[in-house]
Design a protein around this ligand. Structure first.
Ligand SMILES: [Fe+2]
Ligand SMILES: [Fe+2]
Length: 272
């Protein structure tokens, strides 16, 4: 099975990468399942129902989020009627929406997708390890589902690596999001779980984390806001990770970075 995970889509530039690049990628590589993190899709902050639908129309099967899940207040409402949109599973009980879903891949496989959020240098939600346990125990790999993808939305690489090892052997892929910078530590862990500390963002890298760079630089220099953060609108890089998953075990057989367009060095999966 061929999985693609795409990192945080930022603003219009990032959305253009999804609409312009993703459908061709799905066709060219015969991708079976695509997960897109959309927490920064609406002007850098949150996601709207229309944008979420655009991602699904472009071929995403599941859209994940993170700490920016509720920046567009409409998400609190439409997430209830959009089972393909996830928010972190470790929000307190009673939070709208869901933190996990089972998607049917193009090859017919059942894929559990789980979204959790770290607590180091972030809002302290409930324990993400316990939340991941709950979701994976409810839908175990090999019996209930054929593959498991976990989006660990977190700031600290230590917490993300710990999650990777904690879920090793129980997930096909544990991938970090949130930092908006791709890491180069893609690997298959001892138990067969593909792991990457951060998928990077999908957006304009001539920026500070996808935002037009003048105001972020100004705030570091002077500590006084002079303007709102606006997404950078230059040429986007679609950033993510590709994973070949064994049809027999649901564990990973290969993992490779994906970077297309914009100013980052191109990377395409070599094993497909
Ligand atoms: Fe983000
Ligand atoms: Fe985030």
């Amino acid at each position: 099975m061929r999985l693609l995970f795409v990192g945080d889509v930022v603003g219009r530039s990032g959305r253009n990468a999804i609409s312009d690049i993703l459908p061709g990628l799905i066709a060219d590589y015969a991708l079976d399942l695509v997960v897109v993190n959309g927490e920064n899709a609406a002007g850098g902050f949150g996601i709207t129902e229309e944008i979420c639908q655009d991602f699904l129309d472009a071929g995403a099967d599941v859209v994940t989020t993170g700490n920016h899940a509720w920046d567009q207040r409409e998400a609190l409402v439409f997430i209830e009627r959009q089972p393909q949109l996830l928010r972190p599973a470790n929000y307190p009980p009673g939070t709208p929406g869901r933190g996990a879903t089972v998607a049917i891949a193009r090859n017919g496989a059942r894929v559990l997708v789980v979204n959790v959020m770290g607590r180091v240098y972030m809002d302290a939600l409930d324990d993400p390890f316990a939340a991941a346990d709950r979701e994976l125990n409810a839908c175990p790999l090999g019996s209930m589902v054929d593959a498991v993808v976990v989006d660990m939305h977190a700031e600290a690489t230590s917490e993300k690596q710990a999650m990777g090892h904690y879920l090793d052997g129980r997930a096909s892929l544990v991938v970090g999001t949130h930092t908006h910078v791709p890491t180069a530590d893609h690997q298959i862990l001892d138990g067969g779980t593909a792991y990457l500390s951060d998928a990077g963002m999908t957006g304009d890298y001539d920026s500070v984390l996808g935002m037009e760079k003048d105001e972020p630089v100004n705030r570091f220099l002077r500590k006084i806001p002079t303007a709102r953060f606006q997404p950078a609108l230059g040429e986007p890089t679609l950033c993510g990770v590709a994973v070949e998953v064994s049809d027999a075990t649901g564990l990973a057989e290969a993992i490779g970075p994906v970077r297309i367009g914009g100013r980052l060095a191109e990377a395409l999966p070599t094993f497909w």
